[in-house]
Design a protein around this ligand. Structure first.
Ligand code: ARG
Length: 594
């Protein structure tokens, strides 16, 4: 089964070939003038140019070749030689029935499924999440779902930042503040402590709140005081050498952070398949460094060991990959390189997509080049899927009113408050019981945040404007939910009245437009997939909701005569299924009522 565009492209291509012209020029696209045609083909112009002929003449020859194609209700030549194609009601009805009967709602799967790993989210122990993490989670989750829906086998990995300098900072700050914790750590390091006892001390004394409070102070001191920084570096190196007290305390930090993060991500509809951390590849680093050394790839540089990655023709000089620091510790890039080795061994992905802030573009370019030099990955196998920032009204990356970085949970709470307010304002949700109202408000909040992000091409930065994001009017998540809920309520009413859906037969312009949109789902998905850009799907969902709205205004359902009513009901059902599928791929869920 193929979409209308592909089917028509084949037919027009055959007509080109029959006229002795290249078949690929028969490609059709949705019409620029939907009032005149459904699709158009511009191929007669380049064909005529190549053959040194008159384009209208060429077009006429192609049009003649299309005579007898019963799918077409009208074929016209416009302007210098554009071919305008209008589909018959029968062809549109047929396509609508196919989509209605298709569990995939008209979306073709990929021809050759691949193994894809999506590296996204990237939260850290203690270091607060910023807008980059929020965007990564939203975009990465959607890309993961889109790839999976098209048939690839996909694994999403949070790549938890749990192994860097911030861990040394925290070990120092926590033991300085709390003598009981320091005692337990020292005892373990001296070989006199008990693991279980120490863990009990940590659980009693160190909460996530403590880490949140201590980390910014410690980070600031590390910047200002070289001695403090050096001690933190030393503690980090000791942790990486698995000094038992440090190691157990670190495990406690990672655990409390992960529990809270998983809860917050889950509330946002973001769930990782695996939650591996930088620390998980620690054991791979020593053998990797040895191998890199044996291959002669490491260069000594003032006590550190690096891999140079510059290439001929580079416009600017990329710094080398720092593999081992002069203190002997592994760096951000080192764990990334070892993670490539680990993923190759454990999952063997055909491609890895790193959904990370555009500001890390150089980091990834350096790591990818080093991986290629080392023979760990092929060209193009590792791809950085970058994105712009979510800004405040000051044009800088969004911060809270107090000037701090946002916490995911605070963001959700704030958006949910706004959603409740908006629901009240719009007179919605009044008949819901308190629990259902809360559920609806939460779904509206998630839709507001996610759709505001995903409707832009990921590379574009945008301004955080909760008022606009949460409006039920305009191009917003709440508008889409509202439309979905409206269809649900129509379908409920039909079911209550015992009216059943039947065979789809379209004739009205608004019905035809709706079917053309249902048909465009496949292309939207293919674009979102190829460009790793969910905005194509977001745009489709928005246009589909609008087309439904117009259809419903022009074509009454329940008051229509029986066969028409059954057809329109089936059209409404199919639209809802496709809309919910598209929303699901964006990571958005519609409530039953509002
Ligand atoms: N934890 C990192 C950060 O907060 C993001 C991780 C991105 N993924 C990766 N493989 N480096 O900046």
């Amino acid at each position: 089964m193929s979409d209308l565009k592909r089917g028509l492209s084949e037919a027009v291509g055959t007509a080109f070939a029959a006229a002795g012209l290249p078949a690929e020029l028969g490609r059709v696209t949705p019409s620029d003038r939907p009032d005149l045609a459904d699709f158009q083909c511009n191929g007669a112009l380049p064909a005529a140019k190549r053959a040194g002929r008159n384009p209208r003449e060429v077009a006429a020859e192609v049009v003649a070749g299309l005579a007898g194609d019963t799918r077409l209700a009208g074929v016209e030549i416009a302007g210098p030689g554009f071919i305008n194609l209008k589909l018959s009601d029968a062809a549109l009805s047929q396509r609508a029935r196919e989509i209605a009967a298709d569990p995939r709602l008209g979306a073709a799967p990929v021809v050759a499924p691949r193994k894809i790993l999506v590296d996204y989210g990237g939260p850290n122990v203690a270091k607060p999440m910023h807008v980059g993490h929020l965007r990564s989670s939203i975009i990465g989750e959607s890309i993961k779902r889109i790839y999976r829906f098209r048939g690839d086998s996909v694994v999403g990995d949070a790549h938890f930042g749990d192994w860097g300098y911030q861990m040394g900072l925290l070990i120092g700050a926590v033991t300085d503040e709390n003598p009981a914790v320091k005692g337990a750590v020292d005892a373990l390091n001296a070989g006199t402590g008990e693991d279980a006892q120490a863990v009990a001390v940590f659980e009693q004394n160190v909460s996530l709140g403590d880490l949140d409070r201590l980390y910014p102070e410690a980070a600031a001191r590390g910047k200002a005081e070289p001695e403090y920084r050096d001690r933190a570096r030393k503690l980090t190196a000791e942790l990486q050498a698995r000094k038992p007290g440090h190691f157990l305390l670190w495990r406690h930090f990672a655990k409390v952070t992960k529990v809270a993060l998983e809860r917050d991500f889950h509330a946002l509809g973001v769930d990782f398949d695996i939650w591996k951390g930088e620390s998980d590849v620690d054991q791979l680093i020593a053998p990797m460094v040895e191998e890199l050394d044996a291959k002669g790839l490491l260069v000594d540089d003032q006590g550190a060991r690096i891999i140079r990655v510059t290439r001929q023709g580079d416009k600017r000089e990329l710094p080398p990959l720092l593999v081992v620091s002069s203190e002997g510790s592994a760096m951000y890039g080192t764990t990334d390189l070892a993670t490539i080795v680990d993923r190759k061994a454990t999952f063997g992905p055909d491609q890895v997509l790193y959904v990370v802030d555009q500001r890390q573009a150089d980091h990834f370019e350096i790591v990818f080049r080093a991986a290629q030099i080392a023979g760990y990955a092929a060209e193009g196998q590792l791809e950085h899927v970058g994105f712009g920032t979510m800004n405040g009204t000051d044009g800088k990356p969004f911060k809270t009113r107090e000037g701090g970085v946002l916490k995911l949970n605070d963001m959700i709470v704030m958006t949910r408050d706004k959603a409740r307010e908006r629901l009240h304002e719009a007179g919605l949700g009044a008949e819901l019981d308190p629990e259902a109202f809360e559920d609806t408000a939460h779904k509206v909040a998630v839709a507001a945040l996610k759709f505001a992000d995903l409707q832009n091409f990921r590379g574009t930065s945008y301004v955080f404007d909760l008022d606009r994001f949460s409006s039920f009017e305009g191009k917003t998540g709440p508008y889409l939910l509202y439309q979905a809920v409206r269809v649900k309520s129509i379908l409920r009413r039909a079911a209550d009245e015992g009216v059943e859906a039947g065979q789809i037969t379209v004739s009205e312009p608004a019905e035809r437009d709706l079917v053309l949109l249902l048909d465009a789902f496949d292309q939207a998905l293919a674009d979102a997939y190829d460009k790793k850009a969910p905005n194509f799907l977001a745009e489709h969902a928005y246009k589909l909701a609008q087309a439904f709205s117009k259809f419903y205004a022009a074509c009454p359902i329940m008051t229509a005569e029986a066969p028409v009513r059954a057809s329109r009901l089936a059209l409404a059902q199919t639209t809802l299924r496709q809309l919910e599928q598209a929303l699901e791929l964006l990571g958005i869920e519609a409530p039953e009522r509002m």
